[in-house]
Every structure is written in structure tokens, then in C-alpha cells.
Design a protein around this ligand. Sequence first.
Ligand code: CA
Length: 222
Amino acid sequence: MRILIVEDETKVASFIKRGLEEEHYAVDVAEDGKEAVELVDSYDYDLAILDIMLPELDGLSVLSHIRSVGKSTPVILLTAKDMVEDKVKGLDMGADDYLTKPFAFEELLARIRVLLRRGKPEESLKLSIADLVLDPVTHKVTRDGNKISLTAKEYSLLEYLLRNQGRVLTRTMISEHVWDIKHDTFTNVIDVYINYLRNKIDKGHSKKLLHTIRGVGYKLEE
Ligand code: CA
């Protein structure tokens, strides 16, 4: 899943970016509001973390832009301690959650997981198809109860496929949601990773889950 961080304090931004990448998210950073709007217009992010106090264009204006173009991307606002008014305004404008700085990174992660679950009940935090199960909290993946070891990218790819199971996903969609802006190219890297993943999740099982849709892309389906 690909996340946009909008934060002008370089230290905070790189701290969050590093932490999220360790959790296997693809991450882009915008350092001001204008850059954030450009990125939001160019890519389909799965979630945005938006600082309110920003140069060029403040966080609330970025949020208002996201909603005005009809995007329902979940947004977490980062606010300073004494800005109660901003929090209320932000939530009224369509933010999904907020965190007051300084915050514990674990709390940010938990809130991200809640928003990516999007209103699904608590027990469905784990993602699954047939006998394949992915736990986004522990990052454990099993098929038929047997543990599967995945690299960070294979894991992200599987998470994206699982969250969109039954849908045909094009290489462009996969590249947008699993890779960050530095890897935003049309190479065969996606096919290579799909093959790695297929070997790990389908090999030796009679029921195949990962399907190639010729000329279009890939689909995870029973
Ligand atoms: Ca700031």
C-alpha cells in the first residue's frame, strides 16, 4: 500500500518514512502543500498523512483539494498540541483521523491499519483468500497453516493483491500502489516479483490463487 507523507520538518518526515518502509509500505514525501497537491493529482494513494502547518499551502487546503476532486483517500492530520480548532475543522472537512505531535509511532501504525481496513469488522483485520492468510500486524503469511517467508516487496505486493482480490490489477495499478515514486517506471520488475510470489504461495498447491490475465495484468482469486 502506498502512503503520502506531507510534512515540512525533514526530520519528522524521514522518521515516519523510514518507519513505514520498515512496515513494508511504499512511501512518498511532499515537503510543502503545493507539492502535495501535485502528487495527489498524479497518483492514487492508499492513505495520506498530512501535517497542518505547511509552507505554500497549508494541510487543510490540501485536504480540501483532495476531497474537492472526489478522492476518498483516508487522511490522517498531524496537528500541534494547542490547535483544537484545526482538528475540528479538519474532521469537518473530511479528515478521517488526527494525531497530535509528538505522537508514538506505534499509535500512527495502529491508526493506519484501522483506516486501511475501512470499516470492516475487527476480526477481519487479517487478510485472506482460500487457505492463504496475511496478518498485517505481525506480517506473518501462511498457506494451509504453513508459514511462508516473503521479502518486503513480495509482502507489499501480496497485501495489495489481497486487498483487491477478485479484481484484475494492471501493472500500472500495481506499480502505483506497491512501489514508490523513485521506481515509477514501466519495467518488467512487476512480472519478476509476481513470479517470485507465485512460486512462494502457489507452488505445490493444486488450487492456484494468483492468475495472469493476458495482456492486462494479474488477479488473485480462488
Ligand atoms: Ca509543519
